[in-house]
Design a protein around this ligand. Structure first.
Ligand code: IVH
Length: 683
């Protein structure tokens, strides 16, 4: 082994150990600064010595940014679900069934039922080799690249004795050569709330609960995006031929020593009473946990007893889930009000007689849309059930129609916008009603301004929702263009705004004149024109002028632009107000076309080519290579198929990819060959 290799291995082990103490044990051993320094040192060494690349190195936690397509993998042991129970009597039935079938003493392990998305992890020789989603139970998606970014999942297991002696309560147990461990990937409440706040600001749809957010995240195509989402994982089930113990609790204890995050709430119970006490305790205590739980899982502890009990077609006979009751409250519906969103979508909201629910007072509940109201057959004054479930906003789940007042008035969905009086429209196949008065309906105008100044759009510092509301109410800004006529005196006179903040806003508005065309287009807030669509349109049509002249057919001929986007664009540019707004923004000096320099640098050298990037590179980062492919008219994709034109192959390309390329006869170009190819065409 060379000196460099030894150094790399030692650094990896050291960093793995620090990670374990920080994320799994929540007991950091060194400061973030010292950690980052060591990590940077390892990154440098790995960059200089790409022959020692390892996908399980702690440097790989940030995830690659190439898109991936998931391959389906068959589970060695099918991933079954658990039978559910909902009350103590059903739990007692399970306990007695087990007692009768075993006819011998037994223990029950009680655990929390974590409410996320289940995952199966395969380890070989102490290394994570594969991570697969549950899928249909028989086969799932290979999401290894995404799972590698989850800090609480060990990529390399604790083997060195020094690490085991640091946790004296862990027995020193040999790690099986090959085993599977299952658990739950979770998005902690705090991360979930922050993510939804950010999505709200970006006008992206919100996740209903942390479970959806976790399962959505683990299926993202770009691992570096997954890395940003700060997922967590608890492991609860070990499978394999040579397990470290003959009890479930023993296996979990061993797994904890290997470096997995095992819940502290696992308890071995010897009697039914202990099980009941556990359920009772956690039914309230779970509300203080940083992650969502939806019940308790009971498992027979002894693995031989588990085997003897066996399985039904769907679930094990040796385990069962107890589901917590979703908390419900009964209250009275006072009225329904209607909110107008920034895109004009109307959301009905129920106003209720205030009622206590899971520690907070609930006064309002979402009613979603007209169909939900109709489905509930809602009347004013109805006694309604509100539930929180996993969702942030409570919802009405039922009506006590039996105690309804005979003359109660049925809730009728409004026909006109409550803010501007315009008749509402409902597009075919859509659940929501819209106010079509985009240009003059106050919440829509304000919403458009908020979107315009947001980070991913024009990124105007210091202008938030409240300030925009003040500017609008004081008549200082009635549309986006007005923002650029603001004077320091206007801003300083607003409530809670000093001269310094005013100056900052003006400076930021001035620098927004350099924001590239694609972002200006996104910032306009045209329906269905999100970030990606705006980039695509800007790359193809190059200027606002060309975009405004394009017909629905022309727009639809662009890759990834469908009919609704095309129609929305044409409708937007047909409106006089919008044409005037764009003319004003042009006059102000915003970028209305792709930057000249970029156009010169680009070419059509890779037109019609589909290129896969694989391996590590020396002259450019993957991001840069990806940008170069796009700049020269090519398309970057994640997986090799017969349509791949060539592979841009760096060092250490994975053996599976190399084999597939050879099989399909797809050529490979080195970084240098690729660069010469685009240069030649550029002269
Ligand atoms: S054990 C064969 N333990 O609940 C039994 N499952 O309906 C395997 N879950 O798909 C599961 N917390 O996603 C087990 N402590 C826990 C759990 C748990 C959550 C989920 C898991 C599984 C579902 C069962």
């Amino acid at each position: 082994m060379t000196n460099i290799e030894q150094q790399i291995l030692a650094l990896r082990e050291q960093l793995n150990n620090y990670n374990y103490h920080y994320y799994v044990l929540s007991q950091p051993l060194i400061s973030d600064f010292e950690f980052d320094k060591l990590l940077a040192e390892l990154q440098q060494l790995e960059k200089e010595n790409p022959q020692f690349f390892d996908p399980n190195s702690p440097t790989q936690r940030v995830g690659s940014d190439i898109n991936q397509n998931f391959t389906q993998v068959k589970h060695q042991y099918p991933m079954l679900s658990l039978g559910n129970t909902y009350n103590e009597a059903e739990v007692a039935d399970f306990y007695n069934r087990v007692a009768k079938a075993l006819n011998a003493p037994f223990e029950i392990v009680c655990e929390l039922k974590y409410d996320g998305t289940s995952i199966s992890l395969i380890y070989e020789n102490g290394e994570l080799v594969r991570a697969v989603t549950r899928g249909d139970g028989e086969k799932g998606d290979d999401v290894t690249a995404n799972v590698r970014t989850i800090r609480t999942i060990p990529l390399t297991l604790n083997t060195s004795t020094h690490r085991l002696t640091e946790s004296p309560n862990h027995p020193c147990i040999e790690i099986p050569d090959k085993f599977e461990i299952r658990g739950e990937i979770l998005m902690p409440w705090k991360v979930f709330e922050d993510l939804n706040k950010e999505r709200e600001a970006q006008e992206e749809p919100l996740f209903a609960n942390p479970r959806n957010a976790a399962s959505g995240t683990i299926k993202l195509q770009n691992p570096s995006e997954v890395a940003k989402r700060k997922l967590d994982a608890y492991l609860y089930y070990m499978l394999g031929e040579n397990l470290p113990a003959n009890t479930h609790s023993g296996c979990l204890q061993a797994a904890s020593a290997y470096g997995f995050k095992i819940s502290d709430a696992v308890k071995v119970c010897k009697t039914l009473q202990e099980v009941m006490d556990y359920i009772k305790y956690w039914d309230t205590e779970r509300k203080n946990l940083p992650v969502a739980t939806d019940g308790i899982v009971l498992k027979v502890n002894d693995l031989t007893q588990q085997k003897n009990l066996g399985y039904t077609a769907k679930s094990p006979r040796w385990a069962i889930a107890y589901k917590f009751q979703a908390e419900k409250a009964l209250t009275t519906l006072l009225s329904v009000s209607y909110q107008v969103g920034r895109t004009g979508a109307i959301t009905p909201v129920a106003n209720l007689v205030p009622v206590q629910l899971s520690g907070t007072v609930v006064k309002r509940a979402s009613l979603h849309n007209a169909d939900i109201i109709e489905g509930l057959d809602l009347h004013i004054g109805d006694k309604v059930y509100v539930e929180k479930g996993g969702e942030i906003i409570p919802k009405i789940t039922g009506v006590e129609a039996s105690i309804r007042d005979l003359f109660a008035e049925k809730v009728q969905f409004i026909t006109h916008c409550p803010e501007c009086g315009t008749a509402l429209v409902r597009d075919e196949g859509e659940a929501a009603h819209y106010c079509p008065n985009e240009a003059h309906c106050p919440p829509q105008i304000k919403g458009k301004m908020v979107h315009f100044v947001s980070r991913k759009a024009m990124n105007i510092d210091g202008l938030g929702e409240e300030t925009i509301d003040l500017l609008y109410r004081n008549g200082l800004a009635r549309n986006i263009a007005d923002l650029y006529s603001l004077k320091l005196i206007d801003l300083s006179l607003l409530e809670r705004m000093g001269e310094k903040s005013g100056r900052r806003i003006l400076k930021s508005l001035e620098s927004s004149k350099q924001v590239p065309f694609a972002r200006v287009l996104f910032a306009l807030g045209i329906r269905y024109v999100g970030e990606t669509v705006a980039k695509r349109l800007s790359a193809k049509l190059k200027s606002m002028e060309a975009l405004m002249q394009a017909s629905v057919e022309e727009l639809m001929s662009i890759d990834e632009i469908g009919e609704s986007i095309a129609q929305s664009l044409v409708a937007y540019f047909a409106q006089e107000e919008n044409k005037k707004l764009i003319a004003d923004l042009q006059e102000i000096g915003l970028q209305m076309a792709v930057d000249e320099q970029m156009q010169v640098a680009g070419s059509e050298a890779l037109k019609g080519k589909t290129i896969v990037i694989s391996g590590t590179f020396t002259q450019h980062s993957r991001d840069e290579l990806k940008a170069l492919i796009e700049l020269h008219g090519g398309k970057n994709t994640g997986s090799i198929s017969k349509n791949t034109s060539f592979i841009l192959a760096g060092e250490n390309m994975g053996p599976a990819k190399a084999e597939k390329a050879a099989q399909l006869g797809v050529p490979m170009l080195s970084e240098q060959e690729f660069l010469s190819l685009i240069e030649q065409n550029n002269v």
